[in-house]
Design a protein. Structure first.
Length: 83
């Protein structure tokens, strides 16, 4: 895998991780049942959908093993950035 392909894969996996976190936030907003978070909830849902739609083609062409390998690289980079 060349550097450009790896960068694209890392962007994809980072996006997947972001969506997972946004889905947790969305769930928490639903649990709060606060009317004031409705607009934020709406835009969060749109952001999640746009992100999933944008990467759906790439996701279909990636192998699961490759995604897991790149995901480990991204997690390592995130851990290093927090040190």
């Amino acid at each position: 895998m060349n550097v450009l392909e790896k960068a694209l894969m890392m962007t994809y996996v980072n996006s997947r991780m972001t969506v997972k976190n946004l889905e947790v936030v969305l769930h928490e907003m639903e649990v709060l049942e606060d009317k004031d978070v409705g607009k934020l909830q709406f835009y969060t849902e749109r952001l999640i959908k746009a992100n999933k739609d944008m990467y759906s083609m790439l996701e279909r062409n990636l192998g699961k093993a490759t995604v897991l390998e790149i995901e480990k690289d991204v997690e390592l980079l995130l851990e290093q950035s927090w040190e």
